[in-house]
Ligand binder design. Structure first.
Ligand code: HEC
Length: 419
């Protein structure tokens, strides 16, 4: 029952989280586009009011004409729309989702199951949360100290890049890969929301208060808000990658998973830079944006080639082999070193260690391992879950030993036959 309720909580929160994130990222992308696409106003009245940029757009059958004021409008409008609930609800739903899917079962998701030196679940939760807090404190410190300096943007950019690399390295060494990748996303996303909460919105409030009181407006608030908002735009693609990557075991389960994560996030930021520059480039303002896209795509291609599975025939296809084909036709060379293990030896492990959750009564993730056919059709997934990721048996209730895990490895690598 608990897992059924958790599954529902997970489903509904994920749904909510994706919707609010779309609203947040959508509005944030829109304003970055708007800012880089503004042209000086044509109309003299607008100029007199202090407008320094305008855009004409057509959308959904209507014509729109947003204008941007230099610092602030001459007088406060009656209705002013604020953008912050998109960000806050994304963070709140995301944090709730992190809680039900990782923190709740910290002993399984935040600690490598079966790791004798593993942290206690409480320590794992505390470390996970400290990633979110410490990154924000350091990032905020860097922005405060260097943000307003000459070449501040470049210095802050370089330092934040180093900080992200260190965090990725640490996270991937402290937590199982899946949790590490997700936490990196949550960590950066927390700083994005904190930028909105601690800087952008308070700055805007000060400007509005000054306007209402008829006092001069300090342009620093607008500048600082803009700077944090620009950081958020570069964080977006890396964060979305980290969030989605936890569905791909071959990615986060790689031995150098921290490097994989850094490279993929870097590619995302470069590709975002291409889009940001492209808006201004069309108006002849920026230099050519294409090099950024090319670098981003080259990094993606590089990671693709790097992670490509070795074409040893050791990965049997999920489709049942023709009855006449010898099951051990493709024995990779290294199987000889480990010795060939047959189904007679490993078959009982599946009965003993897997069938409670993958049998007739319960089929977690639709995987059934109570027959040779079931094992055969899931052989590659079994290898991934048991050997590469070490996630299964989930929580290891029957204490599958290292030797037994190793035998499953050798069985798979010597052709995964079930005869
Ligand atoms: C205590 C229950 C339990 C046991 C025992 C267990 N599993 Fe699982 N299994 C799960 C759960 C829960 C999931 C879904 C995991 C998730 O969503 O991250 C799962 C998922 C899987 C998947 C699908 C993973 C995917 O996302 O593609 C495979 C394959 C698998 N298990 C294999 C095994 C094997 C092999 C064993 C025995 C060595 C085993 N499991 C033992 C609970 C269990």
């Amino acid at each position: 029952m608990e897992s059924y309720i958790l599954d529902w909580a997970n489903l509904l929160l994920r749904w909510l989280h994706v919707i609010t994130a779309i609203a947040w990222v959508g509005s944030s992308f829109y304003f970055v586009f708007l800012d880089s696409s503004l042209t000086p106003p044509v109309d003299n009245d607008l100029k007199k009011q202090g407008v320094n940029g305008e855009l004409w757009a057509v959308h959904g059958g209507g014509f729109y004409h947003p204008v941007k004021f230099n610092v602030s409008p001459p007088k406060m409008p009656d209705h002013l729309h604020w953008f912050y609930w998109e960000s806050y609800t994304t963070w709140l739903s995301g944090f709730a989702l992190l809680t039900v899917s990782y923190l709740w079962n910290a002993n399984i998701y935040l600690v490598n199951p079966g790791d004798p030196d593993g942290m206690s679940p409480a320590a794992a939760i505390a470390s996970a949360l400290s990633f979110l807090v410490v990154f924000w404190l350091l990032y905020d410190f860097i922005c405060r100290i260097f943000g307003q300096k000459k070449n501040g943007d470049a210095i802050v950019g370089a330092m934040v890049l180093v900080l992200v690399c260190i965090a990725a390295f640490l996270a991937c060494h402290i937590f199982p890969g899946q949790a590490a990748f997700l936490l990196m996303g949550a960590m950066i996303a927390t700083s994005m929301s904190a930028n909105v909460f601690f800087w952008i919105i308070p700055g805007q409030r000060k400007v509005v208060a000054a306007l209402k009181a008829g006092q001069p407006v300090d342009p620093i608030h607008g500048k600082r808000g803009k700077q944090r908002s620009v950081h958020n735009t570069y964080f977006t693609l890396p964060v979305l990658f980290a969030m989605l990557s936890n569905h791909y075991g071959w990615l986060y389960g790689h031995q150098l998973n921290w490097l994989v994560l850094i490279l993929m996030m870097f590619a995302g930021a470069a590709i975002r830079q291409f889009f940001v520059m492209r808006h201004g480039y069309k108006l002849g303002r920026n230099s050519h944006p294409w090099p950024y896209a090319v670098v981003g795509v080259l990094v993606l291609i590089g990671v693709f080639s790097w992670l490509k599975p070795v074409p040893a025939a050791s990965a049997p296809s999920a489709a049942p082999a023709p009855a006449t084909a010898p099951a051990t036709a493709a024995v990779p060379a290294d199987a000889a070193a480990g010795g060939s293990i047959g189904y007679a030896q490993v078959g009982p492990f599946f009965q003993q260690h897997c069938v409670v959750c993958h049998g007739a009564a319960i089929q977690q993730k639709g995987v059934r391992l109570d027959s040779a056919e079931g094992v055969k059709s899931h052989a590659q997934q079994i290898y991934q879950q048991v050997v590469q990721l070490r996630k299964m048996p989930f929580g290891n209730p029957g204490s599958l030993t290292e030797d037994e895990r190793n035998m499953i490895k050798q069985w798979y690598e010597s052709g995964a036959s079930v005869n």
